[in-house]
Ligand binder design. Sequence first.
Ligand code: NAP
Length: 315
Amino acid sequence: MPGFQFSALQDEVLPQGPRVVVTGATGLLGRAVCREFQNHGWTVSGTGLRRARPRFLRCDLTDEDAVRFLFQPDVLVHCAAERRPDVMERNADAAVSLNVHASTACGALLIYISTDYVFDGRNPPYGEDDCPNPLNLYGRSKLEGEREALRHCPGAVILRVPVLFGEVESVTESAVTSLWQQVQEATEERRALDHCLQRFPTDARNVAAVCRKLAERARQDPSIRGIFHFSGKEQMTKYEMAVAMAQAFNLPSNHLVPLTELPAGSAPRPVNSQLNCSRLEQLNLSVEPRAFSVAISECLWPFTADKRWRQTVFH
Ligand code: NAP
């Protein structure tokens, strides 16, 4: 079959509970989504690309034939994407194809993960019905992906989320945990960090729980469809996130300097694309995020020099 490579473990899965396929299962959010559904009795299959084997099905979602053959589950959570705006601008064709067209291979219920970058950030907070106006190619491709998903799968759920952090394989995997590198460089040299763009760092584990709740409710109630927003509640610049990390680990932060002008040359980003999440909350489909300092400490402890730190803080 074009674009596919099966792994040994796929054949071992015996169908039990309702069936979910997670695209991008090897990524930051996809891993959390797989774990969340598995822990709640779902039969989970995942697809990945470079990191797929040995656990998941390797499937290039930019290959239209491969997408057409994607098996039909009860629920498809589409996490696969090129999510780095600067990389998108450099590899436009393949990335747009992934972010826009791959979602049209839907199962009974498609959950398409989207972004706050569909908004221009000039008039927050944004409700689900507010008019999108993406500033960069990443935001435009995700908005187009939303529209394709809704056109091909009218019952689809679109879940928009802001910048994510979580259990990373390396700190560079998330724009939030990447800041750990600068935090640790407590030298004479100063580290300038963005203090212009307002962000709402969001725990991928919370997003995964919202996906699962949406899937379970939507299977019972067909009115659960269309666009939903979910976000962490703490507003922070990257500079403030880094200072919070330093404080959580009792590290110095006086080498971190707030940068009040954006560097030239990077893809334009919204200044404040805060999401209004009341639709999910009113339907009792939201989750209460933990404090950023607590959640981020848990994600970073494997990257601390002294891992015994965890035992003293969490137990
Ligand atoms: P990620 O960690 O970068 O993972 C991307 C996933 O997509 C990986 O599993 C990757 O597989 C897969 N993938 C990449 N190219 C592919 C292709 N051609 N065919 C098939 N699979 C491919 O992304 P993430 O952070 O988990 O993001 C998940 C979703 O959340 C995305 O829709 C993103 O737009 C959205 N989102 C993310 C953030 C954020 O801050 N991370 C913020 C807002 C919205 P391999 O690694 O195996 O190659």
